[in-house]
Design a protein around this ligand. Structure first.
Ligand SMILES: Nc1ncnc2c1ncn2[C@@H]1O[C@H](COP(=O)(O)OP(=O)(O)O)[C@@H](O)[C@H]1O
Ligand SMILES: [Mg+2]
Length: 489
């Protein structure tokens, strides 16, 4: 026999047709000796159903006067032991009657660590629910068909079948309710989790903002990551931007971060080759002239170093040509030092430059700037440096604004390779367009060299193309763009 409490139907709809008094009478007359004050209608229905009564018997028991409760006048009374609801837990104690037993409510107690388990249990339960719902739907369909057939049939068998169907329908109703409650509880848990996550993110952001504004350590410029990645990739970087945007500071930060020895020269029109290469000075024994390398030359031969040509566009373009060979190749030639006429480039020795213009010459704002030789600018990868709103906010003691900092673009090796090939096709097309349009622009092999290195360092292929054309006028860009074919863009 099935466990009484597990099978107990919750049957308000079904019981509507029979008063509890009638049900008690039927039950008593069929041998039940339980306490009718403590017994529910559902328990009585189940008991009656278990007795295997057909409708005729049901009516007969209902019409009899109620038995004294010893089951003595019931035909089935002698075999009803152990079947009695009175043997079962009181209905109020039965798990099926307790809303608190719904799985959804148990989930409310779920702590962080249990959430994974809970999610698994939920998923299993949801699957079981879905299967059950499907079975229920089929059953409901079969029942409806049977009911339609039996409509008007008053035989005891048909009555019995109707009773059976009514019980089944109630069980389905109850399962459906439990499923809905489970679903609801699951939704609430997910919402709660999401809210918690958002709160946590907000707290962390606030903490970071507070740190940023309280901290007196220098802020890294938003393009710091990009410049550092390029320097690490062995690319000469030219920082271009208005005065005071933090270019010199940025170069310092890169050297600091990479653990490189830092040196700089402030270029000017009066700067000579010796300022870059070195001097023969009478510092030797008996006033002998000995070669003293300048900072650039010294750092060029030093491992883990970074040299900044600051205000590059203030220098005489011709003076800068002495370093062109050194920038592209692995050696710096110093004719002034016959004893050691060349210096080999050290490992991880980089050169950076900073300028207010792209080397196109002075304008109203930067009057003293000379046009730079294309052979010089071509050796650098230009990165535009704009004002950093956070630095200014900190100076003013204002709230820290949010700024977008550069992040490396991670691509797998095969994609980078494909992008490099597409980029090469683009460079070739741009070069052809420059020739065709008669533009005074150099599209050199260095475009390929520095562009490919930049993509491998995490700069997006689109950004690399923008960076290559940064010093061009809008008109030049538009004309070239209109000339090259769509496939290579
Ligand atoms: N990241 C930073 N954090 C704090 N102060 C900065 C930062 N960047 C620049 N500054 C300040 O801004 C001013 C201009 O910076 P600087 O690097 O000299 O700009 P640029 O070389 O572009 O002219 C300097 O006073 C510098 O101390
Ligand atoms: Mg500066």
């Amino acid at each position: 026999m099935a466990n009484f409490s597990n099978d107990l139907p919750c049957a308000p709809a079904f019981i509507e047709g029979f008063s509890k008094r009638v049900l008690v009478r039927v039950a008593r007359n069929s041998g039940w000796v339980g306490d009718d004050a403590r017994t529910t209608k559902e328990a009585l229905v189940l008991y009656i159903h278990r007795k295997g009564m057909d409708v005729g018997q049901f009516k007969a028991y209902a019409e009899q006067p109620e038995s004294p409760g010893n089951g003595g006048n019931s035909p089935g009374g002698d075999n009803s032991q152990g079947d009695q609801p009175g043997d079962s837990p009181a209905p109020g104690d039965q798990p099926g009657d307790q809303p608190g037993d719904q799985p959804g409510e148990q989930g409310e107690q779920g702590e962080q660590g249990e959430q994974g388990e809970q999610a698994k249990a939920d998923a299993a339960e949801a699957e079981a629910d879905a299967e059950q719902a499907e079975a229920d739907a089929e059953q409901a369909k079969a029942d409806a068909e049977a009911q339609a057939k039996a409509e008007g049939d008053n035989s005891p068998e048909a009555e019995e079948a109707r009773l059976e169907r009514a019980l089944e329908a109630l069980k389905r109703q109850r399962r459906e309710r439990a499923r809905q409650e489970l679903e609801q509880a699951r939704k609430e848990r997910e919402e709660k989790r999401e809210q918690e996550k958002q709160k946590q993110e907000k707290r962390e952001q606030e903490k970071q903002d507070r740190k940023d504004s309280e901290n007196s350590a220098p802020l890294r410029h938003p393009v710091f990551g990009k410049v550092k990645a390029l320097v690490e990739a062995g690319v000469n970087v030219l920082l271009v931007g208005p005065a005071g945007t933090g270019k010199t500071t940025l170069a310092h930060h890169v050297a600091q971060d990479l653990g490189r020895e830092f040196g700089a020269i402030h270029c000017s029109a009066g700067m000579s080759e010796s300022h870059l290469l070195g001097y023969l000075l009478p510092l030797g024994d008996n006033g002998q002239f000995t070669f003293t390398p300048a900072t650039f030359a010294r750092l060029y031969g030093t491992d883990n170093s970074l040299f900044l040509m600051d205000e590059l566009d203030a220098a005489d373009a011709n003076t800068l040509l002495v370093m062109n060979g050194a920038l592209a190749n692995g050696a710096l030639h110093i004719p002034q030092n016959p004893l050691a006429p060349s210096i080999q480039r050290g490992k991880n020795s980089s050169t950076m430059a900073a300028a207010n213009t792209f080397g196109s010459g002075g304008d109203y704002t930067y009057a003293g700037r000379a046009p730079l030789d294309a052979a010089t600018t071509d050796r650098y990868y230009a990165v535009y440096v704009d004002y950093d709103a956070r630095v200014e906010a900190r100076m003013a003691g204002a709230a820290m604004p949010k700024v977008k900092t550069w992040k490396a673009h991670k691509l797998d090796a095969a994609t980078v390779q494909a992008e490099c090939e597409r980029y090469l096709a683009w460079v070739t097309a741009v070069r052809a367009a420059v020739t065709k349009l008669g533009l005074h622009r150099v599209v050199s092999t260095r475009w390929v060299q520095k562009g490919v290195a930049a993509m491998r360092a995490g700069i997006t292929p689109a950004d690399v193309r923008v960076d290559m054309l940064a010093s061009w006028t809008n008109d030049e860009r538009a004309r070239v763009d209109a000339t090259i074919s769509h496939e290579v863009k």
